[in-house]
Design a protein around this ligand. Structure first.
Ligand code: UD1
Length: 339
């Protein structure tokens, strides 16, 4: 099978590409404009197995169409997107262009070329700020109400995908709604954790990335955004999923679509950790102490966001392997030290 991976030089796309190269025999074609993607990541992936890389922005619709035709693509895995929430508030059109418009055109190109399968990278940001704290986690039927252009640009893309599929019986999709994707390549060398790829994007805003920057001495201290939430220790609670478990679900989705209908799946462990628990775990596994001062809440942060993942477990037989906060922190830290 010929698989197109858009955004394959980026954080999540590269972990999926790694698993495709390592554990399948599919031919892989990566498109990335390298705006946030990383050239070194592509070099590392080339050491696993050869693939075709095309530097291209998805807004070059005619060229994208030609790539799909030339490489006789069977399945599209679409990761290329802008993903920074505050930036989406300041520059919404960038998000609607890069995410919604480019996705629409990619679907159009897929139709032009008779491509039947589309796997789409969406986000828990489509649920916005849940109004009730669900102990069972948020399931896929929970109301979608994004509170920023990033979440809306993804929700609109989901809707376009669903509408398009209703007029093309041959076309099927899987939409994955990611919770907090973290960690780096699980790769052991002489029993030591040696990530080959990880999150390289500068100006981090995500908790585990920031905590690993503190532990590796790149940052002197960090802030905990609020300790007055309605949670056990007062700090925000999130569902942190290791990027390799998340990538594994994408590999399963390829086979799943051979015999099953289109569907939407949450991707998380169904388990929450507070900011304080994450910071403490990072300190313990790295044996590095650093300051984490309590400051005011960050605007737009809900108290608790936990996935209900029953659907993907039962329908795709997905079994997480790295559901371990210490291992997650360790992999993020080991990668940070290499960067
Ligand atoms: C972020 C995105 C979300 C996206 C998700 C996965 C924002 C506002 N939200 O989720 O849309 O789907 O990533 O990519 O960007 N925290 C601190 N100190 C820090 C950083 C974070 O206390 O320096 C806290 C936050 O308040 C939150 C938790 O840590 O309670 C997790 O934050 P973060 O890693 O930024 O992810 P989210 O905001 O949950």
């Amino acid at each position: 099978m010929n698989i197109l991976v858009t955004g394959g030089a980026g954080y999540i796309g590269s972990h999926v590409a790694k698993q495709l190269l390592e554990s399948t025999t599919h031919d892989i074609i990566i498109i990335d404009n390298l705006s946030t993607g990383n050239k070194q990541t592509l070099k590392t992936l080339q050491k696993i197995r050869d693939f075709k890389f095309i530097k291209l922005d998805l807004n070059r619709f005619k060229k994208v169409d030609k790539v799909l035709e030339k490489y006789k693509i069977d399945t599209i895995m679409h990761f290329a997107a802008s993903i920074i929430v505050p930036e989406s508030v300041e520059n919404p059109l960038k998000y609607y262009m890069n995410n919604t418009v480019n996705t629409t055109n990619l679907i159009k190109c897929a139709f032009n070329n008779g491509i039947k399968k589309f796997i789409f990278s969406s986000t828990a940001a489509v649920y916005g700020e849940p109004i009730d704290i669900l102990t069972s986690g948020i399931d896929e039927s929970y109301v979608t109400h994004p509170i920023n252009p990033y979440g809306m640009s993804k929700l609109m893309s989901e809707q376009i995908l669903m509408d398009a599929a209703t007029i093309n019986d041959d076309f099927k999709f899987v939409i994955f709604r990611y919770f907090n994707v973290v960690g780096a390549d699980i790769n052991y060398d002489a029993s030591e954790l040696q990530p080959r790829i990880g999150q390289s994007f500068p100006n981090a805003t995500h908790l585990i990335k920031i905590a690993s920057e503190c532990a590796s001495g790149k940052r002197v201290k960090m802030s905990i955004f609020g300790d007055d939430y309605a949670t056990d220790d007062g700090t925000g609670v999130r569902d942190y999923i290791h990027v390799d478990d998340l990538a594994d679900a994408h590999i399963r989705a390829i086979d799943y679509l051979q015999i099953n209908p289109s569907d939407i799946f949450n991707l998380g462990y169904g388990k929450g950790f507070s900011v304080k628990e994450v910071v403490e775990t990072m300190k313990q596994v790295t044996k590095v102490d650093f300051s984490a001062d309590i400051v005011n809440r960050r605007a737009g942060d809900p108290a608790i966001l936990i996935a209900n993942n029953a659907k993907i477990i039962s329908k795709m037989n997905w079994t997480p392997k790295y559901d371990d906060l210490a291992l997650i922190c360790k992999s993020a830290y080991e990668w940070e030290k290499k960067l």
